[in-house]
Design a protein around this ligand. Structure first.
Ligand code: PMP
Length: 444
């Protein structure tokens, strides 16, 4: 039986929809018995993975899948440079921030050097959720405010404070009384309106509503690629007005770079740079350690001043030497292997190929993307742009059956979410496009 909570997650496994081998049915049953009811699997036929390498994932039967969905092992599965950095550090010293150690300092200096000079301090945690939770605490101390503004289908994480401003978790997870949602800056659905002006107007309305309820704004926080709102890359520049609006109201602008960061857009190391804004704080996670848990808040020193004077910060695993070594290896790889440029160039070729594959497919309303983050939006009718959730789901599962992994995004679950590792090659992109083409035909 599927519950409302299952249906809140795009591309969630719903028992009975797809083929499941007896062995995997046994694992699903074991999961339910020991892990309880809160976890979700993906795809009509869930994947049982045993090994990864570069852009490939291998299942228990030895079949390999082209991974076009991975933003954690963003520089490729089991990248040798990261594997070796972890091995060397964990075999030398694994310790925390209560001791002097150079790994955290070398990494912090290297990381902050990739940001605009105002963003010169960094604090470490282990997950994106923790980073966003910390950013909110810092912002509350700095602004004296409580109010949080997010987009309609935003996801920022799982702590109690952060789940309260993650509306994509679905109607059964309560938003805080201090939280306001605004429509995402969606060029396709705004159809000709100025995206930046519309977003600013909506943020100003949310600020007004918070104030009317006696709530002082603390932050406007956005994923700068609006990953869960359907992947919204452009037009670059649309964030500037909204950032101005929150600052004018005494709040801070926080860029959640957990998805777009570390070169994925190809055009910049950080998604906010494409919009010509310098956030007050930036949160990082997922791809930062290529699988080793590490996350961070990067900020302007004046923003963290009050918090730091009043509260102690010790995070046992946050900024540990092993995670810092892994994260350093990730930056090395992005730089020495030219992965940001590859994201730009391979991303362009992939976008072009997807556009060609979708040309003439009546159900495709929009194709969009920047670097190696792309989306295809399905509609029942191009004029009304009515979402076609079923078609999107069938295409994702048809691609999975044909050996290519992607998923779904958007509040209506009707956009393909395409997010390959940064080491994706032209050959991988060609294979992707041919499988997409076949899957569009097979689901017509
Ligand atoms: N922010 C964004 C934009 C995310 O996509 C995610 C994870 N999907 C998070 C925060 C939370 O990160 P984590 O799962 O590491 O807590």
């Amino acid at each position: 039986m599927s519950s409302a909570a299952d249906l809140a997650m795009p591309n969630a496994f719903v028992p009975g929809r797809g083929d499941v081998s007896p062995e995997n049915a046994g694992l699903i049953e074991r999961r339910a018995r020991t892990l309880g009811p809160a976890y979700r699997l993906m795809y009509d036929s869930p994947l049982h993975l045993v090994r990864g390498e570069g852009v490939w994932l291998h299942d228990e039967t030895g079949r390999r899948f082209l991974d076009a969905y991975n933003n954690v092992t963003s520089i490729g599965h089991c990248h040798p440079r990261v594997v070796e950095a972890i091995r060397a550090q964990v075999g030398t010293l694994a310790t925390n921030t209560r001791y002097l150690h150079t790994a955290i300092l070398d990494y912090a200096e290297r990381l902050t050097a990739t940001f605009p000079t105002d963003l010169s301090q960094v604090m470490f945690a282990c997950t994106g959720s923790e980073a966003n939770d910390l950013a909110l605490r810092i912002a509350k101390a700095h602004t004296g405010g409580q109010g949080v503004i997010v987009t309609e289908n935003a996801y920022h994480g799982i702590t109690e404070a952060v789940a309260a401003f993650s509306p994509s978790l679905g109607a059964s997870v309560d938003l805080g009384a201090h939280v306001r949602t605004v429509p995402a800056p969606d060029r396709y659905h705004l159809a000709g309106e100025d995206v930046g002006a519309a977003f600013r107007r909506d943020v100003e309305a949310a600020i007004g509503d918070l104030k009317r309820h006696g709530i002082k704004p603390a932050i406007l926080i956005v994923d700068t690629l609006f990953t869960s709102d359907g992947v919204l890359p452009g037009p670059a520049g649309f964030l500037a007005g909204a950032a101005e609006a929150i600052r004018a109201a005494g709040g801070l602008f926080v860029a959640d770079e957990v998805q777009p960061g570390f070169g994925r857009t190809g055009e910049a190391m950080w998604g906010f740079e494409r919009h010509g804004v310098v956030p007050d704080m930036v949160t990082l996670g997922k791809p930062m350690g290529n699988g080793q848990p590490i996350s961070a808040v990067v900020m302007k020193p004046e923003v963290v001043d009050r918090f730091g004077r009043n509260a102690r910060y010790f995070n046992t695993f946050g900024g540990n030497a092993v995670s810092c070594a892994a994260a350093m290896a990730v930056l090395d790889a992005i730089e020495t292997e030219g992965l940001q440029l590859n994201a730009l160039e391979t991303g362009r070729a992939l976008l072009h190929g997807i556009e060609e594959a979708c040309a003439g497919v009546e159900a495709v309303g929009d194709v969009r993307g920047v670097g190696l983050f792309l989306a295809v939006e399905f509609v029942k009718d191009r004029a009304s742009r009515t979402p076609d959730r079923e078609r999107a789901s069938r295409v994702v599962n048809a691609m999975r059956e044909r050996g290519v992994l992607i998923s779904i995004s958007g509040k209506n679950h009707n956009s393909l979410k395409i997010r390959p590792p940064l080491v994706f090659t032209r050959e991988n992109a060609d294979l992707f496009v041919s499988v997409l083409s076949d899957s569009l035909k097979a689901t017509a």
